[in-house]
Design a protein around this ligand. Structure first.
Ligand code: PBG
Ligand code: ZN
Length: 333
């Protein structure tokens, strides 16, 4: 056959034979420090440090242990953290009173972290499940169903306390309808709406991949599951409606969680709201899977390919327990 019949547009390899050309072929997929957020587990006992059995190389820290660990990471380029509080001696009760008590480890640590790390962006997870006696993310009615109005009210109260204590970003992970509006209203009433942003866990699925995290946080529901508030894994439609709901209520940032099995939802959400920075939470089960993907160089390669694909799908920032490893990889390059 004569080459007249071969379209010149079918010759692709001339466009990516060199590593610099390959970079141009992958726009918006670079991994820089501002594309990574590091989740941190904060204990009540300021001097404690506890490894997490289900998550290799992840620790739970008291504040006095967290500060040196973060000092090292900030030197390596860490730009943002997401804090989860864990209570061991404070009481768990039906309304999660310890979430926003003055003795809560997050409330106590925020002013100190702000002063110690002036340029670090500090986000706090906002949820009731680590603090409720029943382990659900909201307040329950007498029959054990979610009391929606009471839940939203409590979640907004907790978010406001974290904002007042110094959080730059509050990140409600409960998935109750209308909590974004309640949080924004509370921020406005306290004149904090221009100093605190709301990162909504907008498209959070009822995933089995949160298992290692729930062990870490001791936050599994005592009875039932979270399928009445977290989204069914097969539903792209509810994900679109949840993102639209949270944008309408004033969310600054959206999130898809988990990440890797949900990259279609990431692309859908980015196309739906190109105006809103989009986060992925690479959850504990994803972390555990990649940790088992091979030796240390195979783990690093799998991780970086995964993060590149998350960026390609539309994620602007990835919340990952691998943040220390990512920083060390990108600093070597
Ligand atoms: C609690 C919360 C969970 C995660 C973040 N916040 C667990 C859940 O909803 O059951 C998951 C994080 C992870 O698995 O790494 N609202
Ligand atoms: Zn929760």
């Amino acid at each position: 056959m004569s080459d007249l019949f071969v379209s010149r547009e079918h010759i692709l390899q001339g466009g990516y034979f060199h590593s610099t050309l390959r970079k141009l072929q992958e726009p918006d997929t670079s991994i820089e420090p501002h594309n990574i957020m590091y989740p941190v587990f904060l204990l009540e006992n300021v001097d404690a440090i506890q490894p997490v059995a289900s998550l290799p190389n992840v620790n739970r820290y008291g504040l006095n242990q967290l500060i040196p660990a973060l000092t090292d990471l900030v030197e390596k380029g860490l730009k943002s953290i997401l804090i989860f509080g864990i209570v061991e001696t404070l009481p768990k009760d039906p309304t999660g009173s310890s979430a926003d008590s003055p003795f809560n480890p997050v409330v106590k640590a925020l002013p100190i972290l702000r002063a110690t790390f002036p340029s670090l962006l500090i986000a706090t997870d906002v949820c009731l499940c680590p603090y409720t006696s029943h382990g659900h993310c909201g307040v329950l009615t007498e029959t054990g169903a979610i009391d929606h109005a009471a839940s939203v009210k409590r979640i907004a109260e907790v978010a406001l306390i974290y904002a007042k204590a110094g959080a730059h970003v509050v990140a409600p992970s409960d998935m109750m309808d209308n909590r974004i509006k309640a949080i924004k209203d509370a921020l406005i009433a306290s004149k904090l709406d221009n100093q605190v942003s709301v990162l909504s866990y907008s498209c959070k699925f009822a995933s089995c991949m949160y298992g290692p995290f729930r062990d870490t946080m001791k936050s599994s529901p005592m009875e039932g599951d979270r399928k009445c508030y977290q989204l069914p894994p097969g539903s792209a439609g509810l994900a679109a409606r949840a993102a639209a709901r949270d944008v309408a209520e004033g969310a600054d940032f959206l999130m898809v969680k988990p990440g890797l099995p949900y990259l279609d939802i990431v692309r859908q959400t980015k196309n739906q709201f190109p105006t809103h920075p989009l986060f992925i939470y690479q959850v504990s089960g994803e972390y555990a899977m990649i940790c088992k993907s091979g030796d240390s160089s195979e783990i690093q390669n799998t991780l970086m390919e995964t993060l590149t694909c998350m960026r390609r799908a539309g994620a602007d920032c990835i919340i990952t327990y691998f943040a220390p490893l990512v920083l060390s990889i990108i600093n070597k390059k």
